[in-house]
Structure formats: C-alpha cells, structure tokens
Design a protein around this ligand. Structure first.
Ligand code: ATP
Length: 270
C-alpha cells in the first residue's frame, strides 16, 4: 500500500486550548499565527517572515498537536508528511512527493506544512556528498532544501518540522532562511501534567474521588501522550469492571499499565 504522505487541504479544529502546558512554545508559535493571519502587516514594512521553525523535544510531548493548533488558530490548511514515510522509497519518489507537497501548499497559501520526524530524511549526509551516492533519502533531503530556498517567505507558506534529535540533523537544514528557529517542547512538570490531565479528563465520567492533583503526582516522567493514554485506559478499565464512573483505582491500574508499557519499550531500546 502507498504511504499517506500528506493530508490534502485539511482544515483542522485543533486550537491552543487543546494544548496544555508548553506556555513558552505556545508564545513562540503565536507569532507564526499572526503572520499567517495577516502577512501583509509584516511584509509591508519590509520585514521577512521566517520560513520555518523546528519543534524539538521527546516523543509524545505535543509537537504535532502544537503544529496543528497553529493552523487551527490561524484557520489555514495543514499539510503534513512524516519523514519516516520516505524511508525505503523507490528512487525519485521521495523527491517528487516533496515537490508535489510544496506545489499544493503554495496553491493553498497561507498554510502550514508540517514535517514530522524530519530526522528520518534530514540526518546529516555522508562526509562526501559528491561521491555519487544515489541514496533516496539524500535526494529527498536535497529536494526539501531546494524547495525551501525556492519559495518566497512572503508567499505565506510556513514550514514546521518536528524531531527529537536536533543534534543529528544536517547543518544545511538549520541554516539561515531554513529552519533557523528552534522551539523546545519538553516533558511536562507537575503543574503542566495537571493541566494536560484536565484536557483529557474532559470527556470522561468521573467518580467524585478522582483528583487531578493526585493524578499529576502519580505520573512523573509521563509525556502528554502517556497522560492521554492513562485517561483512555482508565475509562476502558472502568467499563470492563462495569463501573458507572471512572474511579481512582481505575486510574491507578491504568497508570500501572502505562508504566509497564514504558518499561517494555525502554528494554527494547537498551
Ligand atoms: P512524536 O514525537 O511521537 O510524534 P509529538 O510530540 O508529536 O510526538 P503528539 O503527537 O502531538 O506528540 O501528541 C500525541 C497526543 O498526546 C496528542 O494528540 C494529545 O492527545 C496528547 N498530548 C501530548 N502533549 C499534550 C499537551 N501538551 N496537551 C494536551 N495533550 C497532549
């Protein structure tokens, strides 16, 4: 089957209220929202709107969510692709997909292009880039660089990319006029976990004993994605036990399950 590379002209409903914590990161992307809403306000004074920003942080911390919220806040289309879709692609396909993506985005501007897992295509190239390598990943990266250089920022297309490994990226990607801004998205602290719980508890029917502070204290080191999982898992456990509300023990069991899952994942990595 063919990898889904980007969503065509999809409007998103996500806004900043869906993104808990991350107040600094939100503040930084706020400016991008302003650019998208009113590009001429910036360009008529001769300013250059940045082409892109790199969201850097551990898995599950809300990078994709934040990028979507930028599009949602500005009410512009969100085009996305994942770097991992380009691994093991036939020669020429990756580059032509990148070309297509930018072409479509330019037609729909102002808009956001989001590239998840950019490290999968943007890893530093070999020491000898001129040795005639025809590595498809490299072709894709080169096409991306060409596209980024080839469009005028004032076209209203802003590129956000996400990675948890900024250190392995090809320096060319970080050069001025490309991803020259980095926005850090970190694991949530206690207060932020509390706010993330509040978002994900919204749809649940809760027993009165369930306290958001207690849940935040039980989950040090959890990402936003882990917390979303805890809430969903707790609801499923409650249903399995025929509870009519999700109670504290359901949450504790859910936390245990998620911790179990995290430990397994770490074992595989190490
Ligand atoms: P990855 O690096 O694995 O792609 P990511 O940083 O892009 O992860 P998201 O895909 O944005 O993470 O997060 C996954 C889900 O976790 C979100 O859809 C949301 O439900 C929840 N989540 C993560 N961070 C937050 C947050 N700060 N506030 C609310 N929900 C969050």
């Amino acid at each position: 089957s063919q990898a889904k590379v980007f969503d065509k002209d999809s409007r998103v409903n996500t806004t900043f209220k869906d993104v808990a914590g991350l107040s600094e990161a939100k503040q930084e992307v706020e400016e991008i929202v302003e650019f998208l809403k009113n590009p001429s306000k910036y360009t008529k004074l001769g300013g250059k709107i940045p082409k892109g920003a790199l969201l850097v942080g551990p898995p599950g911390t809300g990078k994709t969510l934040l990028a979507k919220a930028v599009a949602g806040e500005a009410n512009v289309p969100f085009f996305s692709m994942s770097g991992s879709d380009f691994v093991e692609m036939f020669v020429g396909v990756g580059a032509s997909r990148v070309r297509d993506l930018f072409k479509q985005a330019k037609e729909k501007s102002p808009c956001i292009i989001f590239i998840d897992e950019i490290d999968a295509i943007g890893r530093a190239r070999g020491k000898n880039p001129n040795m005639g390598s025809n590595d498809e990943r490299e072709n894709t990266l080169n096409q991306l660089l060409t596209e980024m250089d080839g469009f005028d920022t004032n076209s209203g297309v802003i590129i956000l990319a996400a990675t948890n490994r900024a250190d392995i990226l090809d320096r060319a990607l970080l050069r001025a006029g490309r991803f020259d801004r980095q926005i850090h998205v970190e694991l949530p602290d206690l207060n932020e976990r509390r706010d993330i719980f509040k978002v994900h508890l919204r749809p649940l029917k809760l027993a009165e004993e369930v306290e958001v502070n207690f849940l935040a204290k039980q989950t040090p080191g959890f990402s936003g994605a882990d917390i979303a999982n805890v809430c969903n898992e707790a609801a499923l456990i409650a249903a399995r036990n025929n509870h009519d509300k999700v109670n504290k023990q359901d949450f504790l069991d859910a936390v245990d399950r998620i911790i179990g899952g995290l430990e397994k994942k770490n074992k595989i990595i190490s």
